[in-house]
Structure formats: structure tokens, C-alpha cells
Design a protein around this ligand. Structure first.
Ligand code: MD3
Ligand code: FE
Length: 201
């Protein structure tokens, strides 16, 4: 596997996963899921998203990919990052500043995320931390260059990935969700939470 890709399989036990889902649902009550739209083409993402923390990632046709302090629909500040999620960063990130963005991705069983790089953050020396909840998914990761060879990894509920260095610069995406593979959520689907630094500390 690529340098800088660290997978903590089953880092969260079932009780910790359930507690985190409860906290995420509470975030979504104040900051509902929205449907991001790609710049220029206006094509919708199949993944729905929301955020917690000082900054949230958003995208629309005119403004493109960016971080902003307010929800694009409600125009209110994002809720704080729940302690259950912050504690995972504090335990694993080995970075001297708190995360500023907690992106919540909701995958219905037919949703996917095409190969892309994460380049909207000013602080690219900070790791990205990802937590998978609910149905398993097939994650694909490879070097930054288009056409380079990629590797597939199944991400399951409770898994935590830490991406630093070369892996932080990787092209990656979600090929498919294995609908019904987990009983954690009330319905089929998957939640992915990513923690990031946005600004240079
Ligand atoms: C590698 N999320 O939010 S998680 C994303 O499952 C994103 O929702 C996917 O790609 C998901 O940008 C993959 C693993 C992951 C997350 C962030 C990364 C891998 C990453 C950032 C840089 C490099
Ligand atoms: Fe990404």
C-alpha cells in the first residue's frame, strides 16, 4: 500500500460507532445534508454532505470547491465538531493543532465518489483522518498522476484511515458501497467523516 496510508481496522467498537452516529445525527439536525454541485458543469454529486467545525467544504456551479464558515442553504455557522470525533484526531493524528473541518459524507447504496485529489486546504502538511460508519465500501487510491496504477481497499464500519505525506497527495475515490453489509445504521448506506486542517497553524 502507498506510503503514508495507515489503516486502523475496527478502531471503533460497535458502542463507539453507535455513539458517534448519534452525535452525527445531532449535527445534521442543525446542519442538514446538502447536495453539492460540480463547478462549471453543474453536475450533482451522488454523495450528500454536511460539515461540523469552524470551516466546511462546499461546492456549487458558480463558486466551485471551497471552505466556508456557513452552511450554503441555512447560512448559519456549522455546529462544533463532536468530542467523540475530535478524540480520534487527538489520539491518532500526531499533529499539533486541532482539526478545522469535519466533512460528513452520506452515501446512499448507489452513491460513489470519482477519483480526485484533495487540494482545497492551505495546510497540506497536516494529515487527513477518515472514519467509516455503516455499510462497507470499496475505496481506491493511487498516485496523483492520472492513469497511474491504483489499489483497492475495503473500508468497513469502525475503520479509521490516516493519510499523511504521499497518501495525502493521492488520487482516491469510492467505487461502490456494499449496500446492506452493516446493521449499524437504520437504513442501508454509508457515512464517512473526514477531519482536516484548512489553514496553516
Ligand atoms: C486521501 N472521502 O472526503 S475516505 C473526501 O469515503 C473523500 O467519503 C472518501 O475522498 C469517502 O475527500 C474517502 C479516505 C480519504 C479521505 C480523504 C483523503 C482518503 C484521502 C484525503 C487525501 C488523500
Ligand atoms: Fe478526497
Amino acid at each position: 500500500m502507498m506510503d503514508g496510508f495507515k489503516l486502523h481496522r475496527a478502531y471503533l467498537d460497535r458502542a463507539a460507532q453507535a455513539a458517534m452516529v448519534k452525535d452525527i445525527r445531532e449535527c445534521l439536525t442543525s446542519a442538514p445534508l446538502f447536495q453539492p454541485v460540480m463547478p462549471r458543469t453543474g453536475k450533482s454529486f451522488s454523495v450528500r454532505m454536511s460539515n461540523a467545525g469552524p470551516f466546511g467544504w462546499v461546492s456549487d456551479k458558480a463558486g466551485g470547491y471551497r471552505y466556508q464558515a456557513r452552511h450554503p442553504v441555512t447560512d448559519t455557522p456549522w455546529p462544533p465538531i463532536p468530542d467523540s470525533i475530535l478524540s480520534v484526531w487527538r489520539a491518532l493524528a500526531d499533529y499539533d493543532a486541532e482539526p478545522e473541518a469535519c466533512l460528513i459524507n452520506w452515501y446512499a447504496p448507489d452513491a460513489k465518489m470519482g477519483l480526485h485529489r484533495d487540494t482545497d486546504e492551505d495546510d497540506r502538511d497536516a494529515p487527513v483522518l477518515s472514519i467509516s460508519l455503516g455499510d462497507s465500501a470499496v475505496f481506491r487510491i493511487g498516485p496523483p498522476e492520472k492513469g497511474a496504477k491504483t489499489a483497492s481497499v475495503k473500508l468497513e464500519s469502525g475503520d479509521v484511515c490516516l493519510l499523511t505525506g504521499p497518501a495525502r497527495e493521492s488520487r482516491h475515490g469510492i467505487d461502490r458501497v456494499l449496500g446492506g453489509s452493516s446493521t449499524l445504521l437504520n437504513a442501508p448506506g454509508r457515512i464517512n467523516v473526514t477531519l482536516r486542517r484548512v489553514s496553516v497553524p
